[in-house]
Design a protein around this ligand. Structure first.
Ligand code: FES
Ligand SMILES: [Fe+2]
Length: 365
């Protein structure tokens, strides 16, 4: 049993949350052990809200798109004015209902052709006469929990303990007058990175590394001006922007939503990051770009520059995160310490993680 294996790996003293001035970073084994990865996948990722897409992708009835949520294929579809989410898995023998995004009146399984209505009920199953005690009503598509915030669609495989609106409470008010619900989807970019998902999250949560890893970004943001605010389920790194030709003047809000979502809000722009674990030392990071204007030629030019710059910064982060993973896997490291001025965000994330581990492990004990 994973939970038994994990209690051998995680000691009680490692779960205690001390003030940042006294705290140690989480041990390297949490980034490197298979049992920890499985434990997080089953307990943390399945029960937290994950961004899967945007209502902008579902303009008319029958529009649908797909998402792979930690190995679980799901389909999000518009049925009249309603949005629905299901496993993209046929109830006959597990075939797929779709291979890629599209529009349809009925969902037809690609394996033997069973069809389902857009509300998930089984419509027809060809050449199936003579089957005894077959109750069609029991063969609807299995639904997936989802909810919508400012146009973003979030899904969860199990019932999350906290409502999404509660998780994100205060963000809308904090960024006023910015209204991200008006932004339009522009592009999705995916990065496969050879590091544990927590290495990427830790790295996101501090500006300490800016002067060393991101010479270009340091010209736009000044790590000295970073303010980190922490809330129950998220943290915010806030910084005024220096005069620059990528983002324009204004303010940058970098929200981290525990455990693995980032909302990067800059003037006229929202970029979401979803950090998904692929294995103990591999992650998939999905960037979705949204802008206030995605059509005018001037804006598109600015957007393309923004995306190129974002890729440059991301490549720098990938390089350092992959090196850090190697460092954590080596015999040369176990635990470190935090800078109270620079690493409040990392400390806050790791404290939330410890509380989560404690809660689940107490439950199993
Ligand atoms: S698996 Fe879908 S019709 Fe057979
Ligand atoms: Fe970085």
């Amino acid at each position: 049993m994973i939970e038994n294996r994990i209690s051998d790996l995680i000691t009680e003293s490692e779960l205690s949350v001390l003030p940042i001035e006294q705290a140690e970073t989480i041990p390297s084994s949490w980034y490197t052990k298979e049992a920890v990865y499985e434990f997080e996948l089953n307990n943390l990722f399945n029960t937290s809200w994950q961004i899967v897409g945007h209502t902008d992708q579902l303009k008319k009835s029958g529009d649908y798109f797909l998402f792979d949520l930690t190995g679980n294929p799901i389909i999000i579809i518009k049925d009249g004015n309603d949005i629905r989410a299901f496993y993209n898995v046929c109830r006959h023998r597990g075939g797929p209902l779709a291979f890629e995004a599209g529009n349809t009146k009925l969902l037809q399984c690609k394996y033997h052709g069973w069809t389902y209505k857009l509300d998930g009920t089984l419509h027809k199953q060809p050449n199936f006469s003579g089957v005894e005690h077959f109750n069609k009503k029991k063969f609807c598509l299995n639904p997936v929990n989802f909810t919508i915030w400012e146009g973003l669609i979030f899904a969860a495989l199990d019932n999350p303990a906290i409502n999404l609106s509660e998780v994100l409470s205060g963000i809308k008010e904090r960024i006023t007058p910015i209204d991200v619900s008006k932004y339009k989807f522009y592009k999705r970019v995916k990065y496969k990175i050879n590091c544990n998902w927590k290495v990427y999250v830790d790295n996101y949560l501090e500006g300490y590394h800016l002067p060393f890893v991101h010479p270009g970004l340091s010209k736009v943001l000044d790590a000295k001006d970073y303010i980190t605010e922490t809330s129950i389920n998220y943290s915010l790194q806030y910084s005024p922007l220096k005069d620059n030709d990528v983002y324009g003047m204004g303010e940058a809000y970098y929200y981290f939503i525990f455990p693995n979502i980032m909302l990067n809000i800059l003037p006229g722009r929202l970029q979401t990051n979803l950090v998904l674990p692929l294995s103990k030392n591999q992650s998939l990071v999905i960037f979705d770009f949204y802008f206030d204007d995605v059509t005018s030629p001037d804006s598109v030019k600015r957007i393309e520059k923004d995306i190129r710059f974002s890729d440059e910064v991301q490549q720098e982060d990938i390089m350092i995160c992959e090196k850090v993973q190697k460092g954590l896997e080596s015999k040369g490291y176990d635990k470190g310490r935090f800078s109270p001025q620079e690493e409040m965000g990392v400390y806050h994330f790791q404290a939330l993680l410890k509380s989560f581990y404690s809660k689940v492990l107490t439950h199993f004990n």
